[in-house]
Design a protein around this ligand. Structure first.
Ligand SMILES: Nc1nc2c(c(=O)[nH]1)N[C@H]1C(S)=C(S)[C@@H](COP(=O)(O)O)O[C@H]1N2
Ligand SMILES: [Mo]
Length: 199
């Protein structure tokens, strides 16, 4: 495929990377935001999981960053067809946050500052599949990429990785978020090319 060429400065791969169908490689880090970038000082940030019974679990920045964090390196895939390989993040696994939460609901709506929402099954957040990330490449996550903290769900199209995330709301039924209401797929698996409703 000739993808490993001059210019791929960082980590070389021995074989051509296996990109999901219809994706191309990018080496920069595009910014895709549906609105203006909110500037949220960490000391005014907090994160809340609200269960189906209305119970709230809230972490402020100090409590959140005191939780055990993980460094993870993953490929990310945007529905506009760019993929970026080997991105490195630091964040708190959703498993860690959900240790404190009792829920019987199977679906989650992520809510961001500015009103963006996206839906995801709870199973896709657990078992080491998703993080609330607050560092990228060893630096605090920049505002345009969702800082102080964003959802990171690398196995789904990147629109599911809500930037400036402020909370998760548990739901018994799957409901569409911002892009899902505009015709994007409810689940968004890049490997089966679930871009739009009906794919
Ligand atoms: N709050 C919020 N989160 C968002 C978006 C957005 O517009 N608002 N865009 C989504 C889309 S479509 C993509 S591809 C990624 C882009 O993340 P990046 O700007 O860090 O590359 O964020 C996702 N999360
Ligand atoms: Mo996207």
């Amino acid at each position: 495929m000739g993808i490993i060429s001059r210019g791929f400065g960082g980590r070389r791969r021995d074989s051509a990377p296996d990109l999901p169908p219809g994706q191309y490689l990018t080496h920069d880090f595009p910014v895709l935001s549906a609105g203006p970038t909110p500037r949220i000082p960490p000391n005014s940030w907090n994160f809340t999981i609200t269960t189906e019974t209305g119970a709230e679990h809230t972490w402020d920045w100090a409590a959140f960053t005191a939780l055990p964090a993980e460094e993870v390196t993953r490929d990310i895939h945007c529905v506009t067809k760019w993929s970026k390989l080997g991105t490195t993040w630091k964040g708190v696994a959703l498993d860690t946050l959900f240790e404190e939460v009792e829920t019987a609901a199977d679906f989650v709506m992520a809510h961001s500052a500015g009103g963006y929402t996206t839906n995801v099954p709870l199973d896709d957040l657990l078992d080491g599949k998703a993080w609330i990330a607050y560092e990228f490449d060893g630096e605090p996550l920049r505002p345009e990429h969702g800082g102080p903290a964003r959802l990171l769900i690398p196995h789904l199209y990147f629109w599911k990785s809500a930037k400036w995330v402020r909370g998760l709301r548990m739901m018994h039924e799957d409901e569409p978020g911002f892009w899902e209401s505009a015709g994007y797929h409810m689940y968004g698996d890049p490997w089966s090319e679930q871009r739009y409703h009906g794919d």
